[in-house]
Structure formats: structure tokens, C-alpha cells
Ligand binder design. Structure first.
Ligand code: BGC
Length: 338
């Protein structure tokens, strides 16, 4: 019996030691990161940045992806809360239903940071995002400068995402004078469910099959939509240049811009939003004073303290000075042969 007893004591000590050295290693802070989707979207890159920055700060992050399913995202939130996360960072799968995540988190006394996407009608603690109206304006202003007259198509993102709505509103307001004086005609405009590239392809294909009009600009709100539209344009074999915009500076889009198959994209530094969110999460977990709030955004329930970041337009002319200088891509990734 005696050696067995000693063995047990040893194991108890070992477990105690490991747990305490582990929590020293992670500063004891555990953060949950909920992303809305993975394959085909930017969010796995956000995950990489968030996890790398968290490792640098010696804290623990647990990530889950909801594959565009808001019910799954709520379950994932519950799972992470049960695992004892101190803070939840959420990219909402649906701005309107994610309030349930905030309620659930607050039941556990866990604060919620909305990452990139606002959560509506909720007692949300913080938002870290980019200026939505500015994103829409960068796209439209680019197009108006190159083609101040002509037929435009507007393909926005998912209507359940406040970012898609903000881009839409800004674009329509900026285009209004040119529409009113007849210089610009909107041939077609629509939201795109799940920001899906395939949906954008089918929409663009229908427009080209049925409208019969020359299209001067396709203002899409995201690179994946631009790639879908590009595919339809290529298949239709149009023999003229079409302005094509996007957002996110995805590698396929940046290479397409370099090859003249797309006109511009909007870069929102993932490194910046990831670092701001992780640092904010650490402060909230440790009950420290929060700095860096630059705005408030009305989410229907409250004025949410917001860290507002700046988006940047990227064209063929500034790929190096914006994306490569920021180490988002290497020369080889953009200009290499593969
Ligand atoms: C983000 C975009 C992203 C889109 C689709 C939006 O909420 O702001 O950066 O491309 O969702 O995932």
C-alpha cells in the first residue's frame, strides 16, 4: 500500500506543478475566438494572426469556426464558456442573432469583443473594426475617378452583416449625385448571401446573359465576389475593360490586380485588428484600464466603445508599399510564377 500512496502523492504534485507552470506560461489568460467561416474566406488568416500574437503574449486562445451557421456559433460559444475562457472575441456569423452569444457570455461574467463585425441589439462590451463607410467609398471613388460615366453593377456582401450594410449605404450616398444627373446608371444591385463567390458568379452570369448592356464597373464588396464576377466576365468573353473592385487583399485578388484582371481591393490590416483585439482581451481579463477606444457605434441597444481602424485602397501602383511593406505578402507570393 505504501508505495502506491507515495505514487499518488507524486502524481498530485506533478499535476499541480504542471498546471501552475502552464498558467504562468499563459499568464493565466484564456481567450475564446469565434470565427464565422473558414475555407474560401479570410478568417483562417485572422486565426493564424490571433493565435501567433496570443502565443507571443503568452496567453492561450481557443478558436472555433461556425461555417456560416449562426446556431453552430452559439453552441461553440457555450462550449468555450464551459471551458472557462476569460474573454470571447467574436466575428459574428449573423449580426442579428449573435446577441444570444453576448447574453450567454455575460451569464458567465465573460466580456465580449466583436471583431470586425458589429453585433446588434446586445450589451456588447467592445468593437474592434475598420471604418465601414470608408471601405465602400474607397471602392466607389476609385470607379468614379476612372469611369465617371457608365453602367455600374453593385454586388454587396451578406445582408445579415452590418459591414455589408455600411458599405451599401456609403456607396449609394456617394453615387447619388452621378445617378441623379444621369452620368451613372445602376444596371443591377444586390446583396450576396454568405458573401459567396459562387453566388456572385451566378449573379454576374445572369446579368451578362440577360441585360445586354455594356458594363463599365462591377463594384463588389469582397475579393471572393470579385473573383466570381471575373469568372463570369471571362466566360462571356467581353472584349473591353471592366472596373472590378474588392476587399481583403486576398492573394488571388492581389495577383489579379497585378495582371490587370481586377482594378483594386481594400486592405484592412489583419495584423492590426488581431493585435488590438488580443491586447484588449488581455486587459479585460486582467481588469486593467482600456486604452485606444476612438469611437462609439450605436448597435440598437447601446453606444458600443469602438477601436476604429483605417482601411487602405490597393491598386497595381501600391502593392509593394502597402502589402509587401506590411509583410502581409512576400514579393514571391505576389510576383512569383506560381
Ligand atoms: C468582412 C470582410 C469579409 C467578409 C466575408 C466581412 O464582414 O469585413 O473583410 O471579406 O465579411 O467574410
Amino acid at each position: 500500500m505504501r508505495p502506491r500512496f507515495i505514487q499518488i502523492i507524486f502524481i498530485v504534485f506533478l499535476v499541480g506543478f504542471l498546471t501552475s507552470s502552464c498558467s504562468q506560461m499563459t499568464g493565466g489568460v484564456k481567450v475564446g475566438f469565434l470565427i464565422p467561416a473558414s475555407v474560401g474566406y479570410r478568417w483562417p488568416i485572422d486565426q493564424q494572426y490571433v493565435e501567433k500574437i496570443a502565443a507571443d503574449r503568452k496567453i492561450e486562445v481557443i478558436t472555433r469556426s461556425a461555417e456560416n451557421d449562426e446556431n453552430l456559433q452559439l453552441k461553440q460559444a457555450e462550449e468555450l464558456l464551459k471551458m472557462g475562457v476569460d474573454v470571447l472575441i467574436v466575428v459574428a456569423a449573423n449580426a442579428n442573432t449573435a446577441a444570444a452569444i453576448v447574453r450567454e457570455a455575460h451569464d458567465y461574467n465573460v466580456p465580449v469583443i466583436a471583431y470586425d463585425r458589429l453585433i446588434k441589439n446586445a450589451d456588447l462590451d467592445y468593437l474592434v473594426t475598420f471604418e465601414g463607410a470608408e471601405i465602400g467609398n474607397l471602392m466607389v471613388n476609385y470607379a468614379l475617378k476612372v469611369k465617371p460615366e457608365g453602367n455600374y453593377v453593385l454586388l454587396w456582401g451578406d445582408a445579415g452583416d452590418v459591414n455589408a450594410l455600411m458599405i451599401k449605404e456609403a456607396q449609394e450616398a456617394t453615387l447619388k449625385p452621378s445617378i441623379d444627373n444621369g452620368r451613372i446608371k445602376i444596371v443591377y444591385k444586390s446583396f450576396t448571401e454568405d458573401w459567396s463567390s459562387d453566388n456572385a458568379y451566378h449573379t454576374m452570369k445572369n446579368i451578362l446573359d440577360f441585360s445586354g448592356e455594356k458594363i463599365d464597373a462591377v463594384i463588389t464588396s469582397y475579393d471572393g465576389l470579385a473573383m466570381g464576377a471575373r469568372k463570369a466576365i471571362d466566360e462571356a468573353g467581353l472584349d473591353y475593360d471592366v472596373i472590378l473592385t474588392g476587399q481583403d487583399a486576398e492573394i488571388a485578388a492581389v495577383r489579379a490586380i497585378n495582371q490587370g484582371k481586377m482594378s483594386m481591393t481594400v486592405y484592412k490590416s489583419i495584423n492590426t485588428i488581431a493585435a488590438a483585439s488580443v491586447d484588449l482581451a488581455i486587459k479585460l481579463a486582467k481588469n486593467q484600464k482600456v486604452t485606444g477606444v476612438t469611437a462609439t457605434i450605436d448597435n440598437g441597444r447601446k453606444e458600443v466603445p469602438t477601436m476604429m481602424l483605417k482601411p487602405v485602397a490597393v491598386t497595381k501602383d501600391n502593392i509593394r508599399e502597402v502589402l509587401i511593406a506590411d509583410k502581409f505578402f512576400t514579393e514571391e507570393q505576389v510576383y512569383g510564377s506560381n
